[in-house]
Every structure is written in structure tokens, then in C-alpha cells.
Design a binder for this molecule. Structure first.
Ligand code: C5P
Length: 250
């Protein structure tokens, strides 16, 4: 397998920038990719994205855009340019430096429909070309991992994933329970991002469709999103390394 570290995405779900910075510093090279979600983005906006980029981290912006096609396309264009324009960010010593680092990946909602997804994909291509930077991967949220799975859930996930692929998205966000089906139906290059990851015996919290890191990888997941099992661990670095070892062991 490729570098197992690159399969892990840490959900940086903490309330303050100081806590985010402590985690990033504590985890060091163990974690290469961070997910910025509502909590950090609502509080700190582009600053948090630029801070992570300045640390050499890959950034997954998880704002789950869901609106009319024109509005989502405009939001995606802004996201593509988010950390590309020259700007100042703080490095670990609190010094300012100018960085150029495009986003690695971002989310939109598949429920927004085919037209919205196509507009998002086209906007990303166009803006990345204008800026001369690599385009971020665009993945569509199918059914939240906090939803209880029913017989219809996997059907719905598959239907939405097919629409996402046909609309030009790179992949989807789904639970690891659906990953094997998605991998089989949508091919080896389709990106499957799976939150709801819990090490064996871990507290599920509000997540319902959970899987262990090893079974997520076995099921064909491309990236594992993990938040609380690392962020709230007694020793986050050990927790992250355990998960990476579990991934590497598959
Ligand atoms: O703490 P935990 O590991 O449950 O964090 C999972 C992260 O993945 C959260 O930031 C959550 O917003 C996000 N997410 C999810 N289910 C989705 C899409 C994103 O749990 N379908």
C-alpha cells in the first residue's frame, strides 16, 4: 500500500485556534492531512486553512456546500483560491510568512442535485486553471454517518454516489460500511472518504454507521476521517500512530 499516513485525515474539531495549534504541534509528522470543518472555519475562516498550509499540511475543507448551483459554484471558486493568493500565515514560532498552497480536497452535498454538482466541478476546474494550481478533489456527502443504517441506506448511498461520479465529482463521503459496495460499483479510482471510524471498543458518540480503521481499509476506503478518537485521546499522538499502524497492517 502507499504511505499509510496519507490515508488518515484528522478532523480538527476543537473550539479554539490555540487548541488546534497544540494538536498540530503535538502530532508533528504523524499526521499529514487535516480536516477543517464548521467549528474551526466559522471561528477563524481562511486563517486556519492558511495556518495549516504554512505547516506543510494538506487541508480538507469540509463545509458540505448545499445551495443553488450558481451559489455553490461561486463558493467552490473561492475555496480553490483560499490559500493560493499570497498572504501571511503564522508558522509554529508565531512568525509571519507568505504561502502558496492549494486545498487538497473539499466537500459539497450530493443532495444538491446533478446540476449543482456539475456546476461545482466546473467551477473548480476553471478557477484552478486560472490560478495555475492543482484542482482540489471534490467529494460529495451521501448520507451522514450519524444516520442509522437501514436497508435503504446503502441503496441511497449508491444512487447518490453514481450521480456524483456522473456529475464530475472525484468521489464521495460515506460510511465504511458502504465502502466495499462503492469500490466495486464505481471503480478503483473513485475517492471514498469514510468518517465514523472507531478503533475496536471505542466510544461511537453520535456516530451510528461505524467501522474500525482496518475494516475501512479492507472495504476499499481511500481516506479515513478520524476526530474524537484522536483529539480526545489521553495521548493523541499515540492514538494517531495506533491508527496508522492498523492501516499499515492491512
Ligand atoms: O469525531 P469523529 O471521528 O466522529 O469526527 C468525524 C468528522 O467527520 C466530523 O468532523 C464530522 O463533521 C465529519 N463527517 C461525518 N460524516 C459525514 C461527513 C463528515 O462524521 N458524512
Amino acid at each position: 500500500m502507499d504511505d499509510p499516513k496519507k490515508r488518515l485525515i484528522l478532523a480538527l474539531d476543537v473550539p479554539t485556534f490555540n487548541e488546534a495549534r497544540q494538536i498540530v504541534e503535538m502530532l508533528g509528522d504523524a499526521v499529514t492531512t487535516y480536516k477543517v470543518g464548521y467549528q474551526q472555519f466559522v471561528a477563524y475562516g481562511p486563517f486556519i486553512v492558511r495556518y495549516l498550509a504554512a505547516q506543510g499540511k494538506r487541508v480538507f475543507l469540509d463545509l458540505k456546500f448545499h445551495d443553488i448551483p450558481n451559489t455553490v459554484a461561486n463558493a467552490v471558486s473561492c475555496a480553490v483560491g483560499l490559500s493560493v493568493a499570497p498572504h501571511d500565515a503564522l508558522d509554529t514560532k508565531g512568525e509571519k510568512k507568505t504561502i502558496f498552497a492549494p486545498l487538497f480536497m473539499l466537500t459539497i452535498h450530493t443532495q444538491g442535485g446533478a446540476e449543482m454538482m456539475k456546476a461545482a466541478a466546473e467551477a473548480a476546474h476553471k478557477r484552478a486553471k486560472e490560478l495555475g494550481v492543482p484542482r482540489p478533489l471534490i467529494v460529495g456527502v451521501t448520507v451522514l454517518t450519524s444516520d442509522v443504517g437501514t436497508d435503504d441506506t446503502s441503496k441511497l448511498v449508491l444512487e447518490r454516489a453514481r450521480f456524483a461520479k456522473a456529475s464530475g465529482l472525484d468521489g464521495v463521503v460515506a460510511s465504511a460500511q458502504e465502502a466495499a459496495m462503492l469500490r466495486k460499483e464505481l471503480g478503483k479510482d473513485f475517492v471514498i472518504v469514510t468518517p465514523g471510524i472507531r478503533p475496536a471498543g471505542g466510544d461511537a458518540g453520535d456516530q451510528k454507521r461505524v467501522e474500525t480503521p482496518a475494516s475501512a481499509i479492507k472495504n476499499g476506503s481511500s481516506f479515513l476521517v478520524v476526530g474524537r478518537p484522536i483529539v480526545q485521546a489521553k495521548d493523541p499522538k499515540v492514538a494517531a500512530e495506533d491508527i496508522i499502524n492498523e492501516i499499515a497492517g492491512v
